[in-house]
Design a binder for this molecule. Structure first.
Ligand SMILES: Cc1ncc(COP(=O)(O)O)c(C=O)c1O
Length: 416
């Protein structure tokens, strides 16, 4: 998706967006906070904070069960959020949206409920080398349980999926499911998901898209993508932690057994046996994170109301500016130079360990992440234990991008 046509954003609009995030107006020691750890989690706007607070102040009750007013209001708020999410990601209807604890639980649900019952000895689950552990470990677990294999498609030196190799694996191997990340959390690479999904469709292979990062970085339309499953977390979309979404095509969801058992997901229980509701309730056992779902609904509505194309163009400009600045510092090596990348700059400094960079920058009020970013196989691919990672969001400023570069220059001087 090209963002070239986006007009430049007005400074007042940017200031207004940034002003919606009370947490950003603080100091760390003597320095204004510069939050560049957005790939780990995004900050929350007032619209979300207020929706969660209002829910607890005015509507709090358990859902789907009570006939009283509060329970009915809580149920409506919960189901309205499901409808918001369905519209936001182009699902056919709310029944295709399952609330989970996050991307991790959404992927586990597909692994155990969709893939595991179908998986045969020798089958392959096709991933890429740039997956987050959340999109590796559940597949290893179901593969081990059924004698199947997990095979990653290779990633190039620039940090792009080798599309020919991916297509070749789909043709050569008995692939039961292809699961891949849309936007890499450790490199920022935007994968050619349309082409990857088309190749999987051609091979008759079902697909899961890990949209944990993409959900705040790109327009997301599950129907036009044509994926079978898609997962994301609320907390990377300016919403609360502990809540996420699994989108699944209705026909698949209807064919899947429950992932967990408990209250609210049953049609009838007796000691002779239990019958289950249809999707989505079948997959939401027990009392869910109602306030989290309400907050996620508020985040979606807030985000939809923004000039997103312009904000993404602004964020891309920040990444370009910081990348240029960092590249000019002696001893800096950037890992991940894909043609299409967003938000993330992963880098190394000859003279300093990533954790030292992180600690040094923290002393200047700059929050970045150092480590393997839950992508150990990718770090192994580059022969590094980890990187320093600055990740931008729509509320960051040019001044912050420049202050990052200046601070890293100081780190380089200090350690050389
Ligand atoms: C690409 C990607 N996939 C999966 C996850 C896991 O998300 P969560 O921890 O919210 O379940 C993350 C989180 O960093 C991620 O960036």
């Amino acid at each position: 998706m090209s963002l070239d046509k986006a007009q430049e954003i007005a400074p007042e609009t940017l200031a207004q967006v940034r002003g919606s995030f009370p947490i950003l107006a603080q100091k760390i020691g003597d320095h204004p906070l510069i939050y560049l750890d957005n790939a780990a989690t995004t900050q929350k706007p007032l619209a979300v904070i207020d929706a969660v607070t209002r829910y607890y102040r005015e509507d709090n009750a358990n859902i789907h069960r009570g006939v009283h007013a509060l329970s009915q209001r809580a149920t409506s708020a919960y189901e309205d959020a499901r409808a918001s999410v369905a519209r936001f990601i182009g699902a056919a209807d709310s029944g295709e949206i399952i609330f989970t604890r996050g991307t991790t639980e959404a992927i586990n649900l597909v692994a155990w409920s969709f893939v595991r019952p179908r998986l045969k000895k020798g089958d392959v689950i096709l991933l890429t080398e740039m997956e987050h552990h959340a999109n590796i470990v559940p597949w290893q677990q179901v593969a081990e349980a059924s004698g199947a294999r997990v095979v990653p498609a290779p990633v190039t030196g620039a940090g792009e999926v080798d599309l020919d190799a991916f297509r070749g694996l789909l043709q050569r191997e008995p692939v039961a499911l292809a699961a891949f990340v849309y936007v890499s959390n450790s490199l920022g690479t935007v994968n050619p998901v349309e082409a990857m999904l088309a190749a999987a469709r051609e091979a008759g292979v079902p697909t899961l898209v890990d949209a944990a990062q993409a959900v705040s970085q790109r327009p997301l339309d599950a129907a036009s993508l044509g994926c079978d499953f898609l997962a994301f977390s609320g907390h990377k979309l300016f919403g609360p932690t502990g809540v996420g979404v699994l989108y699944g095509k209705r026909a698949h969801l209807e064919s899947m057994p429950p992932y967990q058992g408990g209250g609210d997901m049953i049609a009838n229980v007796s000691f002779a046996g239990t019958t289950f509701k249809g999707p989505p309730e079948r997959f939401e056992a027990g009392t869910p994170h109602i306030a989290g779902v309400v907050g996620l609904g508020a985040a979606v509505e807030w985000f939809k109301g923004l000039p997103r194309e312009q904000l993404w163009a602004h964020e891309d400009a920040l990444v370009r500016r910081a990348t240029e600045g960092l590249s000019g510092i002696d001893g800096v090596r950037i890992i991940g130079t894909a043609r299409e990348k967003v938000s993330v700059i992963s880098f190394l400094l000859d003279a300093a360990h990533p954790h030292d960079i992180g600690t040094f920058l923290d002393a200047e009020g700059i929050a970045i992440r150092a480590g393997h970013h839950c992508c150990q196989p990718l770090m192994a691919r580059y022969g590094v234990p980890g990187t320093a990672r600055a990740s931008f969001s729509i509320y960051n400023t040019m001044e912050e991008a420049d202050r990052l570069v200046t601070a890293v220059r100081r780190v380089a001087r200090f350690f050389s």
